[in-house]
Design a protein around this ligand. Structure first.
Ligand code: CA
Length: 293
């Protein structure tokens, strides 16, 4: 989600540091480990094996319930580095299942708990979830089926960070943005990689447009990540491929485990802040997140 989302001085990075270190010890997830011997055996026999699902959440559960804590960490705090305006809250006020098989991340114009943000009393609440310490993986197919929010100042994202962020820092850890959207471009999404020498506004990526607002329907956003190659797709249509040849001599930092992040930011350098045209609440609706190896 660009350098702008990496809160080097905010409370989020403090909260993130411990789970990241835990992830280095615990990852890969047990399911991923279990799948590897079968894949290796198949490879030795020269068989083309079907990819195994290593992480999946269909977000089934009662309306109003929290996400599965064995899969997701709920991050809290504000984010000064991107100049985001929301406070990411704990609990289910801003991230809950809808009872119809979806996770709904809701951005609200409110501050019921009196949260303090970098600019003063917070004006908005929202949510940010990650799988740090729960799930990480090197290479594979990563996808989510989502319906995006709409309106000036909205900044939904589905992205990944290297699990070594706590030891090597950002952007050496690498960042793979599977999908970002900013509200002033309702019909365009962006896929980007960030690393040393190509971070922040120097991130390497591309946009992909459709002839309709992404907020009008569900779409599938994905990357296929293999050694020295990442491709981005929307609804199965590949729109970008990146390899080390694209980095202008900079270092490819996408050969180690990454964990997943889902969030809905409000305001910030890139999207700009909400204005009088922005309708609240807004929702990022996630039907599923699925990863195969
Ligand atoms: Ca679902």
């Amino acid at each position: 989600m660009s350098s702008r989302l990496i809160p080097r001085r905010s409370r989020i990075i403090t909260a993130l540091a411990a789970p990241v270190l835990a992830a280095a010890v615990l990852a890969p997830a047990a399911s991923a480990q279990a799948s590897q011997p079968a894949s290796a055996a198949a490879a030795q026999r020269g068989e083309v094996s079907a990819a195994a699902v290593t992480f999946s959440d269909d977000f089934n559960g009662p309306a109003g319930s929290a996400v599965d804590g064995s899969k997701w960490v709920v991050e809290t705090g504000d984010n000064v580095n991107n100049h985001e305006r929301q406070y990411y809250t704990p609990g289910t006020n801003n991230a809950a299942l809808d009872g119809q098989g979806n996770l709904v991340i809701t951005a609200r114009r409110e501050n019921p708990a009196g949260y303090n943000c970098w600019y003063g009393s917070c004006q908005y609440t929202s949510a940010r979830l990650n799988t740090s310490g729960r799930f990480s993986q090197t290479y594979g197919h990563f996808e989510a089926r989502m319906k995006l929010p709409r309106g000036q100042g909205m900044w939904p994202a589905f992205w990944m960070l290297g699990t070594d962020i706590g030891s090597v820092g950002w952007p050496n850890s690498g960042e793979i943005d599977i999908m970002e959207n900013v509200g002033f471009e309702p019909r365009t999404v962006h896929g980007t990689i960030h690393g040393p020498g190509y971070s922040g506004s120097g991130g390497i990526g591309a946009g992909y447009g459709i002839g309709d607002d992404f907020a009008n329907a569900f779409h599938v956003f994905a990357v296929d990540w293999s050694p020295n190659k990442i491709t981005w797709s929307v609804d199965g249509t590949v729109y970008q491929t990146r390899t080390p040849a694209d980095l202008g001599g900079n270092r490819w930092v996408f050969d180690h485990p990454f964990f997943l992040i889902l969030n809905l930011a409000v305001g910030g350098y890139w999207p700009g802040d909400p204005d009088g045209s922005t309708v609240f609440p807004q929702q990022l609706v996630v039907d599923y997140v699925r990863v195969t190896n």
